[in-house]
Write a protein that binds this ligand. Structure first.
Ligand SMILES: [Zn+2]
Ligand SMILES: [Zn+2]
Length: 376
C-alpha cells in the first residue's frame, strides 16, 4: 500500500513537473524512485526493530538458576523480572518424548518435517532448478524446566513462541521413488521431475544446556517460571550461548541497515538523474531564448540598414518580388534563416528551434550557427 502511495505521489509530481516548461518525470523513473524509497523504508523499519531487540538483550541482567533466585524474585516488586537471561539444562516435567528413529534419544520438543523435492525446468536459465516445499509439519512438546546446578528448576512456558535454534536434527532420510521409462519421458516433457521426499526429525534433547531469555516470574504456587515477556520483547530459547544469540541479532540488524542504506542510495541516484535531466532541459531552453533574441536583433539590424539604403523591407520582398519560397518543414512560413556552416536556406526560424537534432534538414550537417536570411 505504501508503495502505491509513493507511485501515486510521484505521478502527481510528474503532472506538476509537466507544467514546468514541458519537463516530465518518466514512468520508469517514478517507479524506480517509489520502489527504492519504499524498500528503504521497510528495511529501515526492520533494522530499527532488530536494533531494539539487540539493545534489550545487551541490557538484560543474567541470573544463575539456584535457590537465591526465588528469594530475589520474592523481593522484586510484582514478583517478576521483565527481561532476564538464564542458562540451565533441559529436564522434562513428566515422561519425555521418545525419538521415532533412535529409540535411545529422549527429548521435550520434537519436530517432524516432510519436504518434497522436485526439479522444475526454468525457461529463463535454460536449466533444471531444485525446488522444495513443505508437505507436512508436526510439533510435539511436553512441559519442561531449565535446571541449575543445585537442582533448582525454572519452568519454561510457551516454548513454541520462542525464537532461536532450540532443536537439533537427529534424523534425515531421503526417499527416492523409482520411475518407469514412460513416466520419466512424461516428466521430461512436462518440465517437472519429482526427486523424492525428505523426512527430518528434530529434537530438543533432555540434558541439553539451553539459554532462555524472557520474563522470570513466580507463579501462584511459588514455582519459578520463564515466559514470553509481557511487553512484547522477543522471547528466546537457544542452544547457543548468550553471546552468540547477541551476535546473531547484531548481524541481522547490520544487514537490514546495509539494505536500507543501499536502497536509499539508489533512490538518491534516481533523484540526481532526474535533477540532471531537468538542468539540461532548462539549459537548452535558455540557449534557445538567447538564440531567438540574437536572431531578432540581427533581423532588426538588417531592416534598419535596408531602410537607410532606401531598399524594400524583407517581408515585402518575400511576398511580392520573389516566388513563394516556403519552409521545407512547416510549408507555410517563409524561409527566413541561413544554417551555417553548410549555408542552406531551407526553413523558418520557428522550425529550426523545434528541431530535435541540430542538423540541416537538407544535407544533415551539424548546425553551428543560424543567421537571419533576407534577399535585397
Ligand atoms: Zn517552418
Ligand atoms: Zn545544409
Amino acid at each position: 500500500m505504501c508503495m502505491c502511495l509513493c507511485v501515486n505521489l510521484l505521478l502527481r509530481l510528474q503532472g506538476d513537473f509537466e507544467g514546468m516548461d514541458g519537463f516530465s518525470v518518466t514512468f520508469t523513473e517514478a517507479v524506480c524512485l517509489g520502489t527504492s524509497l519504499t524498500l528503504s523504508g521497510i528495511f529501515y523499519y526492520l533494522h530499527k526493530k532488530k536494533k531494539n531487540v539487540v539493545d534489550k538483550l545487551e541490557n538484560a541482567p543474567h541470573f544463575t538458576i539456584d535457590g537465591k533466585l526465588r528469594n530475589l524474585l520474592k523481593a522484586t516488586p510484582g514478583e517478576a523480572l521483565q527481561y532476564a537471561v538464564i542458562e540451565g539444562s533441559v529436564k522434562p516435567a513428566g515422561e519425555p518424548l521418545r525419538s521415532n528413529s533412535h529409540q535411545d534419544i529422549v527429548g521435550v520438543l520434537q519436530k517432524f518435517t516432510l519436504k518434497e523435492h522436485r526439479l522444475v525446468w526454468s525457461g529463463i536459465s535454460r536449466s533444471w532448478m531444485d525446488t522444495e516445499r513443505i508437505l507436512h509439519k508436526r510439533v510435539n512438546v511436553t512441559p519442561f524446566s531449565l535446571v541449575g546446578l543445585d537442582e533448582t528448576a525454572v519452568r519454561v512456558l510457551s516454548p513454541l513462541h520462542a525464537s532461536g535454534e532450540n532443536t537439533e536434527i537427529i534424523n534425515e532420510k531421503f526417499h527416492q521413488p523409482s520411475y518407469s521409462f514412460g513416466q520419466l519421458v512424461g516428466q521430461y516433457l512436462s518440465g517437472e521431475k519429482p526427486k523424492g521426499h525428505l523426512e527430518i526429525e528434530e529434537m530438543l534433547k533432555v540434558g541439553t544446556t539451553l539459554t532462555g531469555i524472557g520474563e522470570l516470574i513466580l507463579d501462584t504456587e511459588g514455582n519459578l517460571c520463564l515466559r514470553p515477556p509481557s511487553d512484547n520483547s522477543e522471547y528466546f530459547l537457544s542452544l547457543a550461548d548468550f553471546e552468540t544469540v547477541c551476535k546473531e541479532n547484531c548481524l541481522v540488524a547490520f544487514w537490514w541497515k546495509v539494505l536500507a542504506a543501499t536502497s536509499a542510495l539508489a533512490g538518491a541516484a534516481v533523484l540526481f538523474w532526474v535533477a540532471l535531466r531537468y538542468y539540461k532541459h532548462l539549459k537548452r531552453r535558455w540557449e534557445m531564448e538567447q538564440e531567438s533574441q540574437e536572431f531578432a536583433r540581427l533581423l532588426a539590424e538588417a531592416a534598419r540598414l535596408r531602410a537607410n539604403d532606401g531598399g524594400v523591407p524583407p517581408n515585402e520582398a518575400n511576398n511580392h518580388s520573389f516566388p513563394p519560397n516556403e519552409c521545407v518543414i512547416c510549408l507555410t512560413q517563409p524561409r527566413d534563416c541561413i544554417l551555417l556552416e553548410c549555408g542552406h536556406v531551407c526553413c523558418c526560424f520557428v522550425c529550426f528551434q523545434s528541431m530535435h537534432q541540430q542538423k540541416c534538414p537538407i544535407c544533415r550537417q551539424d548546425i553551428v550557427r543560424v543567421l537571419p536570411f533576407y534577399q535585397p
